[in-house]
Design a protein around this ligand. Structure first.
Ligand SMILES: [Zn+2]
Length: 244
């Protein structure tokens, strides 16, 4: 059984540290699967050159609220056509983006693309949870809702979809206790670091290992054994990829 980092930005990270060594160490510690994300055209070049040799799979999407994201719909369509992506995303809705109608339109356009190519979708949903749910329920797609830390009510709503969730450091906060316990009960979780170079902390040698620290913290707090967490996240990975 392996650990998977179900949401990370490895091309972005590789621009800030000796990636080869960090990757090798993560592998040795059992983190052997990476569902990485591209946010820029520059990062796509990195994946084209490196993804296969590292055994990394990646997704790409026009992000709802990340100004450095220069990807356009045409890039995503081309990558789908070339069968480069395991999923479309991260895409979604974000309350910080004030042009709701353009954001919603871009979201729907990319969901249509995922449906056309029968690909899962990686979702970034910050605020607008009800609106997102109303859109998503119209599609027969598999979803990975990454870094979810919204309301518990909306979480229950998203459970009605064919959706999986990543547990991130964001849900370790005290006011997210109920949400995290419901995520664990749902058994529909994976783990993520969401690591980028922006999230590196001073003196940190290998941020990829945060995944195991996160799982250990969850295990200690909720009394779920590490082997159970590991088995469930792996099972969900297979379901999400349509392998199982
Ligand atoms: Zn991300």
């Amino acid at each position: 059984m392996i650990w998977l980092d179900a949401h990370c930005h490895l091309a972005n990270l590789a621009s800030a540290l000796p990636f080869e060594a960090a990757f090798k160490e993560a592998n040795e510690k059992g983190i052997k699967g990476f569902l990485s994300n591209a946010l820029t055209k520059e990062e796509l070049k990195w994946y084209a050159a490196n993804a296969a040799r590292y055994g990394i799979i990646y997704s790409a999407g026009v992000h709802p609220n990340f100004p450095p994201c220069d990807l356009e719909y045409a890039d995503i369509a081309r990558l789908c056509q070339q069968q480069r992506l395991w999923a479309v995303g991260e895409i979604g809705l974000d309350r910080m983006n004030k042009d709701f109608s353009a954001m919603q339109q871009g979201f729907i356009q990319q969901l249509d693309l995922a449906a056309e190519h029968k690909l899962p979708v990686v979702l970034h949903i910050v605020g607008h949870q009800q609106a997102a749910y109303e859109i998503l329920r119209e599609y027969p797609l598999r979803y990975l809702i990454h870094g979810y830390a919204g309301s518990t009510e909306a979480f229950r709503l998203f459970l009605k979809l064919d959706a999986y969730f990543t547990i991130s450091e964001r849900v370790l906060k005290k006011d997210k206790t109920l949400l995290l316990s419901e995520m664990l009960e749902s058994k529909r979780y994976l783990f993520e670091t969401d690591i980028t170079r922006y999230y590196l902390t001073q003196g940190e040698i290998n941020p990829l290992l945060r995944l195991i620290d996160l799982a250990e913290t969850v295990s200690q707090r909720y009394g779920t054994g590490i082997s159970e967490l590991k088995a469930i996240q792996y099972d969900n990975y297979l379901l999400l990829r349509g392998i199982k």
